[in-house]
Design a protein around this ligand. Structure first.
Ligand code: ADP
Ligand code: MG
Length: 469
């Protein structure tokens, strides 16, 4: 079966997308859930993660991939596996066609995006979003906001509403799978919908383009192209570490865009300050804008995300199942998604309803529940000291400087709330202190948390490390 060849002009898959609607999309979701159980994780992430699938007009099933290479590999290596999974889930075995969702001819494609009328809302994937290499599923509409990401979300909305006018650059950082790429794409859709020009690139793509431009002596075109964009959305900036030539290219492009009031949004797996091999002048440029982080999702956010995804799924997922899944610790929303996909795939493969019992079987080997790890006062002290970078002996001793006093009070607070020990016992463990000292420390921290969000965040981070080890 032939894989579509360049140029990847896309009328067909796009038409399919809009006709198929959510139903087709969720079939593919279930197929992915099922494949996730059969294919090793690295292969799944490399070949299947960024694909979309829809029933075609002619009875075939169309799988859209991000590159011709992926299309070819899937067709060669996973054709039967995909067919089997489709058959199990839909009861039919349609012909599967593989095609590429975007054109590698970026300039033409992005330019063409300018001619499309603005869409009313970003709930549906706007065609030009696809053409501008934006994932139609990653919109503000599908982004669930909770405590762990509200700052990044608010900053992204502000930037999307007035590109170049508010925070420039906007830097979003977090661990993997927590929504940076999703927000970058959501910003891209919004800005495109205003009829402006957007360039979304991973830093790796940006680097490759820059290197080719140098090789082909076309750096003028490269600069001109990026300087013509109203917004540059650059993903995974940590890739630039140690690559001096790319840093140089980025720095000049960035300066030109910034001086012309063009918006730059950057996503990083690490806080800018810790990108140690990034040149100082770049670091200070980046932190000159607004830097926001996304934390691992708290239980309420996990529940809200799961509930939203469960409501969109074809399967009937009871609230008790959502609660059960939300009660696990996840270091990323990608894992949260993966668990839900796995559960729906299980139910579909076994032709059973999604019940708590089935979910427990499907997720038996996954992350243990938070409550399973007993926390001791000694462990609390270690984690608190590790987090604040203070010696355990200082916290246990009599030092009264501010950082030490704060760490001591936080340790007492967490020991009270997370170990189940009484105040007297905690006082003894904390260097022989009186129970009234512990009580005072706990109320002091509780009071500070109510108005000091950065302390609240520190405590949430320490709590996560408590349950990890
Ligand atoms: P990152 O770029 O930080 O590694 P992604 O943006 O790729 O993470 O997110 C991983 C997955 O989790 C994506 O499928 C994304 O849509 C989903 N996701 C992340 N955050 C949210 C959220 N707040 N609401 C809904 N889905 C989310
Ligand atoms: Mg990402």
């Amino acid at each position: 079966m032939p894989v579509a060849r360049y140029p990847w002009v896309l009328p067909h898959p796009l038409r399919v997308t809009f006709m198929a609607g959510n139903r087709g999309h969720s079939v593919w979701h279930s197929v992915l859930g099922s494949l996730q159980l059969q294919v090793p994780r690295p292969s799944f992430d490399t070949w299947l993660k960024d694909t979309a699938g829809f029933p075609g007009e002619d009875g075939s099933f169309v799988v859209c991939t991000p590159s011709p290479f992926v299309a070819e590999m899937l067709e060669r290596r996973m054709y039967c596996l995909i067919g089997d999974a489709l058959e199990k889930i839909t009861g039919a075995r349609p012909e599967v066609r593989f095609t590429v969702a975007y054109s590698p001819d970026r300039k033409t494609v992005d330019d063409r995006a300018q001619n499309v009328q603005p869409a009313d809302s970003d709930a549906e994937p706007p065609p030009r979003g696809r053409q501008a290499r934006l994932n139609g599923n990653f919109t503000f509409g599908s982004f669930v906001v909770g405590k762990s990401n509200e700052l990044a979300h608010a900053a992204s909305m502000a930037v999307a509403a007035g590109p170049g006018c508010t925070y420039n650059p906007l830097v979003i950082y977090s661990g993997v799978g927590l929504g940076k790429t999703h927000l970058l794409h959501a910003i891209g859709h919004r800005i495109l919908n205003q009829g402006r020009k957007v360039a979304y690139r991973t830093t790796e793509e940006f680097t490759n383009e820059y290197i080719s431009a140098i090789r082909e002596k076309s750096t003028d075109n490269f600069r001109e192209f990026y300087r013509g964009a109203d917004a540059l959305l650059l993903d995974d900036i940590q890739f630039i570490i140690g690559k001096e030539q790319t840093q140089e290219g980025f720095f000049h492009t960035f300066n030109a865009l910034h001086m012309a009031n063009r918006q730059v949004v950057i996503a990083s797996d690490r806080p800018v300050g810790s990108l140690t091999l990034l040149e100082d002048r770049m670091k200070s440029r980046l932190s000159g804008g607004l830097v926001v982080d996304i934390q691992a999702p708290d239980p309420e956010t996990r529940r809200a995300i799961l509930k939203t995804k469960a409501d969109r799924s074809d399967a009937d997922i009871p609230d008790e199942v959502v609660d059960y899944l939300a009660d696990h610790e996840y270091s990323s929303i990608r894992d949260l998604d993966g668990h839900l996909n796995r559960v729906t795939a299980f139910a579909q493969l076994l032709s059973q309803p999604v019940t708590l019992d089935l979910v427990q079987r499907a997720t038996a080997d996954l992350t243990p529940r938070r409550t399973a790890t007993p926390v001791t006062a000694e462990h609390v002290i270690e984690c608190v000291c590790g987090y604040f970078g203070i010696d355990v002996s200082a916290v246990m001793g009599r030092r009264r400087d501010r950082p030490t006093a704060l760490a001591r009070q936080v340790a007492m607070y967490l020991a009270k709330h997370d170990t189940g020990l009484g105040l007297t016992t905690i006082g003894k463990v904390m260097g022989g202190r009186d129970h009234s000292t512990v009580s005072y420390a706990c109320s002091r921290i509780a009071e500070r948390i109510s108005h000091d969000s950065s302390l609240e965040r520190d405590i949430a981070n320490i709590r996560r490390s408590l349950t990890k080890s």
